[in-house]
Design a protein around this ligand. Structure first.
Ligand SMILES: O=C(O)C1=C[C@@H](OP(=O)(O)O)[C@@H](O)[C@H](O)C1
Ligand SMILES: C=C(OP(=O)(O)O)C(=O)O
Length: 425
């Protein structure tokens, strides 16, 4: 159980661990690339370690020393039939992206995960991968994991995403590496495009045409990847510093891919002062220093257009909305219901336990800021983002906030508590 006490100051200069989305992709792409890859700044969180374990289960030699990885890629057709179940743990990204790769293999794989992942929707990837020619079965008519995949002989498809999801887009593109003809993915609002950028970086034949991604069957080649700091982890501290009058926080080497910076746009619209400095590029991704000055925030309305660029940051936005003036209305966020927990229900229930005025909407939530957060015991639902969002509430609460089942924070942010202590007084 993590206990977070009220603080008076948020100040400091920090770095956050490597980006989770990019760490997963780097390991997977390196595994199916020809030759050795190195990965620097890898996130040694539980989710990414699940990806490493699955790739090892497919016969890939991966050496890990903290945040440094060396992967001996065996080329597109070098993976071996796994002797046992592949376990994606709590990680939707592992299960969905890896399924795209497994759809290209003629051998049999069975991929499963923990209790939360086994409840999350998998038809969204199974359907397009079946259309490409893979055989995929699973519980409840092939909709839930464990998934049983026998792939091979794929054909490209032209697919418009029915749900805004970078994981679905990525699964199709990874299968597209093995498919004849062109694989085309279209989406209404651009979701995180790390797969597109990294496929190009590894030598994949990928083009972007009028809002769609077009991929032709291609071979990847080993590379050296430097993983940027995770803006989704930085978001907890950015939001806390923004809501604390007098707060001053500098976060270095943060990934600033424009498909991930919705949190900066939202905090600015809420009245926060955020500056970006020292921008540079590495491996097709932008990085930079984020400087946050704290002050008084106001509630705003968020709609579905920004959601793909903001999705994992909604819990912490909800948390600081309690401190903002007026009402925060978050809409177009249905996808939050199918994350590690139902993040709409979880946040509303737990915020109410701290005396915050919160209400569920069909596609989001509404929070009315009173500036007052009481203390108490709250639940994480085994969901890392809920646990960290509630920790942010604790920094502003009248009494300590105790977060039950907080170990799940290690899924995406090992060292969260240590960094939190370093910047708060
Ligand atoms: O592609 C990715 O790395 C991710 C995509 C998002 O999920 P969806 O694709 O389900 O929206 C996000 O919530 C998740 O944390 C990571
Ligand atoms: C939704 C998340 O991850 P995943 O889908 O990979 O489990 C997350 O990290 O907030």
């Amino acid at each position: 159980m993590l206990t977070v006490n009220r603080v008076e100051r948020i100040q400091g200069r920090i770095q956050v661990p490597g980006d989770k989305s990019i760490s997963h992709r780097a390991v997977m792409f390196a595994s199916i690339a020809k030759g050795k890859s190195t990965i620097e700044g890898f996130l040694p969180g539980e989710d990414c370690l699940s990806t490493v374990a699955c790739c090892r289960g497919l016969g890939i030699d991966i050496k890990q020393e903290g945040t440094f990885l060396e992967v001996q890629g065996k080329g597109q057709y070098g993976l071996q039939e796994p002797e046992n179940l592949l376990d994606a743990g709590n990680s939707g990204t592992t299960m969905r992206l890896l399924s795209g790769i497994l759809a290209g293999q003629s051998f049999l794989s069975v991929i499963t995960g923990d209790g939360s992942l086994r409840k999350r929707p998998m038809a969204r990837i199974a359907n397009p991968l079946r259309q490409m020619g893979a055989k995929i079965d699973g519980r409840v008519g092939g909709k839930l994991a464990p998934l049983i995949i026998r792939g091979g002989n794929l054909e490209g498809i032209d697919y418009t995403l029915p749900v805004p999801s970078a994981q679905v887009k990525s699964a199709i593109l990874l299968a597209g590496l093995y498919a004849s003809g062109e694989t085309i993915v279209r989406e209404e609002f651009l979701s995180r495009d790390h797969t597109e950028r990294m496929l190009q970086f590894f030598g994949g034949n990928l083009e972007r045409r009028d809002g769609s991604v077009v991929l032709k069957k291609s071979e990847l080649y080993g590379q050296s990847v430097k993983v940027p700091g995770d803006i989704s982890s930085a978001a907890f501290f950015m939001a806390a510093a923004a809501a604390m009058p007098g707060g001053h926080l500098i976060i270095e080497d943060v990934g600033l891919n424009p498909t991930r910076t919705g949190i900066i746009d939202v905090l600015r619209e809420m009245g926060a002062h955020i500056r970006i400095d020292n921008i540079y590029s590495s491996g097709g991704e932008d990085l930079g220093t984020v400087i946050v000055e704290g002050g008084k925030l106001k509630g705003i309305t968020i709609t579905k257009e920004i959601m793909p660029r903001l999705i994992d940051e909604v819990p912490v936005i909800a948390a600081i909305s309690a401190l903002a003036e007026g009402t925060m209305r978050i809409t177009g966020a249905e996808e939050l219901k199918v994350k590690e927990s139902n993040r709409i229900a979880a946040m509303v229930t737990e915020l109410k336990k701290l005396g915050i005025q919160a209400e569920e909407l069909e596609d989001g939530m509404e929070i009315t800021g009173t500036g007052r957060i009481s203390g108490g015991v709250v639940e994480s639902y085994g969901d890392h983002r809920i646990a960290m969002a509630m920790a942010v509430c604790g920094l502003f609460a009248q009494e300590p906030v105790q977060i039950q089942n907080s170990e799940c924070i290690a899924v995406s942010f090992p060292g969260f508590e240590k960094t939190l202590k370093e910047i708060t007084w």
